[in-house]
Design a protein around this ligand. Structure first.
Ligand SMILES: Nc1ncnc2c1ncn2[C@@H]1O[C@H](COP(=O)(O)OP(=O)(O)OP(=O)(O)O)[C@@H](O)[C@H]1O
Ligand SMILES: [Mg+2]
Length: 330
């Protein structure tokens, strides 16, 4: 019997629109639904049990597991009963991520622990990273800090985010799904990048756009999507736009092209791509964020709609941010 591999395609866009649940909340009933994970050999061997469901969308779930040997994150494809095709796509994503985590073992903080398959679902066990997401941290800074503290903290957070992405680019990878929820800040202040399910290696030619949120997609990628292209390459330069779009949103609360849009989820994907492709952008001031021209200039350089004019290497942006951080006040 020949088993046909599913066609590589974007994630189901509708799944991306489901709001991410809070990191630490779930209810006991849902945990019971997932209790089958306790049957996985490796989970038994490590004596782990399921604590919390962190997310369950896009065909994948992330479960927090713990035992005497510590805490772990288990990524596993959703129950196959929902849709065989969706499980196949999720299985491919889990595979892609575990390959990336093994290649990037040191870079990721050695979080890879084990992988396998259980009842048709691929799973990946990772070490648990303590800390908060850059999404939660930046929201708190926006909501509670003084303008000066906001400038200072966001400048440093952005430099750390850019550095982490620049190091990944140096290792031949594009992440493919940069967003603030994928940066975790440990209590030691060390920043970790997670979720390599959509990543690719430039030298292997598998650096494709695989359906990350439109808000962070570079204009050239949005234009290619609108033109109906199927295998769209993303590269360091398009990911420089994405990193800056993440930073812009962390600072202002709005993605660069979406300053005037109240509910992105009410727009179709094509409408979102059209907005990105049109390269409209609000300023910090328009969005009621504290003015910070030097910082805004660096982000604008990285957000240049024309690739030729865009910051060519994220390390250049890191150095520019560090110069601002080091410059005397006034
Ligand atoms: N190793 C880990 N340590 C701690 N938290 C983790 C770890 N892996 C994932 N998480 C948490 O789970 C969330 C979802 O993880 P991830 O983004 O990898 O999964 P996903 O299936 O892509 O979910 P989403 O669709 O929400 O992005 C992260 O934002 C993070 O809060
Ligand atoms: Mg994710």
């Amino acid at each position: 019997m020949t088993i046909r591999a599913p066609a590589a395609r974007d994630y189901d866009a509708a799944m991306l629109d489901r709001p991410a649940p809070e990191r630490e909340t779930t209810n006991a009933e849902t945990v019971a639904d997932w209790s089958f994970v306790n049957e996985i050999d490796k989970i038994r061997e490590l004596g782990l049990s399921l604590n919390k469901i962190l997310t369950a969308r896009r065909g994948c779930a992330v479960l927090k597991m713990s035992g005497e040997s510590g805490r772990y994150a288990l990524k596993i494809a959703d129950p196959p009963s929902q849709s065989r095709n969706r499980t196949d796509i999720a299985n491919m994503a889990v595979d892609r991520e575990r390959h990336a985590l093994r290649r990037l073992f040191t870079y990721t903080g050695k979080i890879y622990v084990a992988h396998g398959e259980h009842a048709g679902r691929k799973w990946l066990l990772m070490r648990w990273i303590e800390g908060r997401t850059a999404q939660a941290l930046s929201k708190r800074i926006r909501d509670t800090d003084s303008p000066d503290a906001r400038r200072d903290k966001m400048l440093r957070l952005t430099a750390a985010v850019f550095k982490q992405v620049a190091k990944l680019h140096d290792r031949d990878f594009v992440h493919g799904d940069l967003q603030a929820a994928h940066f975790l800040i440990e209590p030691s202040k060390r920043l970790r990048l997670i979720d390599f399910a959509l990543s690719g290696r430039q030298s292997a030619g598998d650096n494709l756009y695989r359906g990350s949120p439109a808000e962070y997609v570079a204009p050239e990628t949005a234009r290619a999507k609108l033109a109906g292209e199927k295998k769209i390459k993303i590269d360091k330069l398009s990911e420089i736009y994405s990193a800056a779009a993440v930073a812009f949103r962390m600072y202002t609360g709005k993605a660069p092209a979406f300053g005037k849009i109240d509910n992105i989820r009410s727009l179709s994907w094509d409408e979102r791509f059209s907005i990105v492709a049109s390269s409209q952008r609000c300023s910090f001031k328009d969005l009621g964020a504290p003015e910070f021209p030097a910082f805004e200039d660096v982000l604008s350089w990285c957000l240049e709609p024309e690739r030729e004019a865009r910051c060519p290497d994220l390390w250049d942006a890191v150095r520019a941010l560090e110069r601002i951080a080091g410059s005397p006040p006034g």
